[in-house]
Design a protein around this ligand. Structure first.
Ligand code: CA
Length: 172
């Protein structure tokens, strides 16, 4: 499948949040200097306190769209270390796979944009209705992040838009 959301790559230079560091290359050592408190975990993990995914030492996060149970086809987006939101996938494209690349220790956040024009973030209550629109569950391979795509969290089953998150490095 030729799909724009495949093979996502920030490149190492696109990483915001640590001040400007022009010209830094593929060195892995910068993560420890960015104030994330102890650097990167070996395997990426969901950080419930921050409401974001902390990149592991692989610097990669595989994201696979799960089966949605909603009428809306939502835009699913992510951002790295508070940088600009970027397109990731559509919620109706079950099975669609992408890899997010970011420096180890980076924090990756997720949100959806609905056809009604609402934007709902996961991992924070900083939404128009004051509710966290994401729910995270541990799986054998990582995590499942499910969204509610209506104000007030709709029916509360958190399966309107689903992302399965796994660290490709965990199998090495
Ligand atoms: Ca629902």
């Amino acid at each position: 499948m030729q799909h724009a959301s495949h093979g996502l790559s920030h490149g190492w230079g696109g990483w915001g949040g640590c001040g400007s560091r022009a010209g830094w290359g593929h060195g892995g050592g910068f993560g420890a200097h960015c104030g994330h408190g102890g650097g990167a975990p070996r395997e990426g993990r969901w950080n419930a306190e921050r409401g974001s995914y902390t990149m592991g030492s692989s610097g990669s996060l595989q994201v696979k769209v799960g089966q949605s149970d909603a009428a809306f086809n939502d835009n699913m987006q992510y951002r790295v270390n508070g940088g600009p939101w970027q397109h990731l996938a559509h919620s109706k494209d079950a099975g669609d796979k992408s890899i997010i690349h970011a420096s180890p220790g980076s924090e990756v956040q997720f949100r959806i944009q609905t056809p009604e024009g609402n934007t709902f973030r996961a991992g924070t209550t900083r939404n128009v209705d004051g509710l966290d629109h994401g729910r995270v569950n541990r799986t054998a391979n990582g995590y499942t992040l499910g969204f509610e795509d209506q104000r007030g969290n709709g029916d509360g089953d958190f399966n309107d838009a689903i992302l399965n998150l796994s660290d490709p490095g965990r199998f090495r």
